[in-house]
Design a protein around this ligand. Sequence first.
Ligand code: KG4
Ligand code: ZN
Length: 358
Amino acid sequence: MLVLGIETSCDETAAAIVRDGREIVSSVIASQVETHKRFGGVVPEIASREHLDKIVPIVEEAFTRAGMQTKDIDGIAVTIGPGLVGSLLVGVSYAKAMAFALKKPLVGINHIEGHVYSVAFENPPVEYPALALIVSGGHSNLFFVPEPGKYKVIARTRDDAAGEAFDKVAKMLGLSYPGGPIIERLAREGNSKAVKFSVPRMGDGSDDFSFSGLKTAVTKHVRESGLRPVENGEEPSQAIKDLAASFQSIVVRSLVGTTERVAENYHPRTLIVAGGVACNGALREASRQAAARLGIPIYFHSPHLSTDNAAMIAAAGTVKLQAGERASFDLNADVTLRLQNLENEDEALRRAGVRYKL
Ligand code: KG4
Ligand code: ZN
């Protein structure tokens, strides 16, 4: 089965053709990171305009690189949420028009489910039940996945996503955007024990993540220690490197500690760690060690799938198309789409007045 994937949920315009959900025939990504860099984050209005400019050439390029024609594909998978509404609508409208014109089946994909499938390439097939830690700039979730397509949220962030915390701390230190890779690089030359932060824990005993307190602790440390943020691209000081290392190690301990604790209760047969933050070497190493202690394999996405891409969307779509799922032409973008279809506890949390993010 050949599936065209289309992804425009945030600031990457991407198209890919995937065979049987496991082999990338072509994958094209146009990143807008340079455009948004000077604003220190993604500007939604600019992002949707760029998607409009790029969607046609990017999809055409995916077919050119695959050496295929549009009639060769068996279906189309498109990200419908969560994400920025203007950005999502570009991909959704384009995919619907294409499915209509070509008379091909269409499925809508949750972007976070796409991240789960980013490990489908260059790894052995996932054995279920699996535990998936999805950490990116927009989301931090730990899912129990008893079988393909079934998700139970075990932990989510109550405030900032892990990647968002990296980006905000980087901004505070005068570093560029996206902050994650820069903090990781500086952390390699820093002492992770130099600044004492504590691993955030929820007062109500849940496994949820919280990173905004840590961000506040970093702000407080910067203020009280008189640390000077980096200016005009100068070489960061040792104090900044130590702070980067200390911050990173707490984020990693929070994510991996929770994953391991949950795994001990749920007995998964595979661990999946994906999303932009899963590029982080310290996170990879710590979760590899946790998987070894648990005696189960751990799968990451390959480096070339480290940013948002459409191959993962096509892989997720393949499973749905093979199961006979079809979207109708009233398919729409859903900015706050959730990925939870088992023992839905969102409603209980909402009733209890708990604030949380995707
Ligand atoms: O998955 P992604 O490309 O986009 C979405 O948010 O969906 O993730 C981007 C996020 C950014 O916040 C970026 O700072 C973070 O992933 N990131 C990292 C690293 N590389 C990217 N965070 C920590 N360490 C990294 N090496
Ligand atoms: Zn993403």
